[in-house]
Design a protein around this ligand. Structure first.
Ligand code: LMR
Length: 331
């Protein structure tokens, strides 16, 4: 005799409910980023995955997608907010749509070196910025270093006048736009994955980036000169959505919080070494001359670029700028 339809349906539902309860699927964390694996961010992401595999096996599974293979920097934040990915480490230059205060990190010649950046990021003011996008469902978990930015072009850039009339690729940032306009150059915002082609085809003449990104994107093949200007920084905020992070079971979230701290320490310890190593790789490749500026030459760049601060002072907050400047003095 045929069972009535409702009994079959009820049995199926009961079994599938039981299935979910007994064999819970691990929580999947997709970690998408745009750089190569042999970079500070690439290594930080892999360390995060390794620690999760060791400590939360069966409960959490991390999938890392490097090199814009899943999303480019134009789509990654949208994907995060839509729940398509759960963690990204986005350049601090790419948040101005969501918060004006994080633009602080783009101000040219604000930080003397990465140690000063580190001191600021650890300060109460720096930590507060991690939470500045909570109302938009974005929560900052940590800062990850890449390093100091250098200028590059196909002509030697020694004085700010050398940059006049050139087009530079920038990350999407109003501050960086003004920074290049301040030296009479044109700034062209562009996603990271197309920079090599844009330089190769002459769509833009130059760019700014860390040695790590410069070498790993093979930009040395299409740029004859790097000027070691250390005029700004390229760092990241490791972010997730508040909904996702707060919705995790408390024991898993507290383990993940510890893993974030450890993978941050790893990424940040390695960042400077990666940049120095990639500087050496550029030298070894003999494609690109690295120009060292005299203190006077570097000062001329500072004089031209620093007036940009005034344009953003109100948006960013004068006190925040003061706190960042104070971090240049080692305690
Ligand atoms: C860039 O666009 O140059 C960087 O933000 C890429 C990155 O994530 O380091």
């Amino acid at each position: 005799m045929l069972k009535p339809m409702w009994i079959t349906l009820a049995c199926t539902l009961a079994f599938s409910a039981l299935g979910t309860a007994t064999a819970a699927e691990p929580i999947v964390i997709k970690f998408s980023h745009v750089v190569a694996e042999q970079t500070p961010k690439g290594q930080g992401a892999l360390m995060f995955k390794k620690l999760v595999d060791e400590r939360l096996a069966g409960k959490v599974k991390v999938e890392v997608y490097p090199n814009s293979t899943l999303y480019g920097d134009d789509k990654e934040l949208e994907a995060l907010l839509l729940g398509e990915v759960q963690i990204i480490a986005r350049s601090l230059a790419k948040f101005d749509q969501y918060t004006k205060s994080v633009q602080l990190f783009d101000l040219p010649f604000l930080f003397n070196d990465i140690a000063a950046v580190d001191r600021f990021q650890r300060s109460p003011e720096g930590q507060k910025l991690l939470k500045s996008m909570e109302s938009k469902n974005i929560t900052g978990l940590a800062y990850w270093h890449n390093g100091m930015k250098q200028l590059s072009a196909n002509k030697p850039l020694r004085t700010p006048e050398d940059a006049r009339g050139l087009a530079f690729r920038i990350q999407t940032s109003a501050v960086l736009q003004e920074q290049f306009q301040a030296v009479g150059a044109k700034a062209q915002p562009m996603i990271f994955s197309v920079v090599y082609q844009a330089l190769r085809t002459g769509l833009v003449n130059g760019t700014e980036n860390t040695y790590s990104n410069f070498y790993n994107q093979k930009l040395n093949e299409v740029q004859k000169y790097v000027t070691e200007s250390n005029h700004g920084i390229l760092d990241y905020m490791l972010i997730t959505t508040s909904d996702f992070w707060n919705g995790l079971p408390p024991d898993i979230r507290s383990e993940l919080d510890k893993i974030v701290v450890e993978s941050t320490a790893h990424a940040n310890q390695e960042a400077e070494r990666f940049n120095q190593q990639d500087k050496q790789h550029v030298l070894d490749a003999k494609t690109t001359e690295i120009i060292t500026l005299t203190p006077e030459q570097r000062n001329a760049w500072r004089e031209k670029m620093k007036p940009v601060w005034a344009k953003f002072e109100q948006e960013i907050g004068p006190d925040l700028i003061k706190a960042a400047e104070a971090s240049n003095k080692a305690q």
